[in-house]
Ligand binder design. Structure first.
Ligand SMILES: [Zn+2]
Length: 161
């Protein structure tokens, strides 16, 4: 699967909820997304990044590969941290993004089972980043205007946009 790059319009729109039936389409999608993420050395990938309008994410953090359907963050810690983030849809760009250090995230597995994840540190950051993609939000929308401006300039130069 090919990872869509900024400024693809699908990266800007809100993805649709998935009906969780234990179907092979969803299984294939998740498998292909995981393969694509690994091939690009990413730690997370959201379905809209591969052009699929579904609220599905995959992530691989601390040797834990997982997929979540219709994920929702139900709790954000007040404590936040600023750290550099990159994105497979913005190759060559890293910008500092402020995120909650701990989050609670609910969703469903591809089998339809409800899950609740209590995440911190990198996993918390990855979940916030990937769920942002489902809402059409990218890291450039999360950084101050001056940072955004120079990041876009660098990106355009590097990617010949
Ligand atoms: Zn991303």
């Amino acid at each position: 699967m090919e990872v869509l790059r900024h400024p693809s319009p699908i990266l800007k729109s809100r993805a649709r909820e998935v009906d969780i039936v234990d179907d092979t389409t969803l299984r294939d999608l998740v498998r292909l997304m995981a393969e694509t993420m690994h091939a690009e050395n990413g730690v997370g990938l959201a379905a809209p990044q591969v052009g699929v309008d579904k609220r599905v994410i995959v992530f691989d953090v601390d040797e834990r590969l997982a997929a979540l359907c219709n994920p929702v963050i139900t709790e954000f810690s007040d404590e936040t941290a600023l750290d550099d983030e990159g994105c497979l849809s913005l190759p060559g760009v890293t910008v500092p993004v402020e995120r909650s250090v701990r989050v609670v995230c609910t969703g469903r597995t591809i089998e339809g089972d409800e899950v609740t994840l209590e995440a911190e540190e990198l996993l918390a950051r990855v979940l916030q980043h990937e769920i942002d993609h489902l809402d059409g939000v990218i890291i450039l929308d999360r950084c101050p205007p001056e940072v955004r401006k120079s990041a876009i300039k660098a990106y355009n130069q590097a990617n010949d946009v």
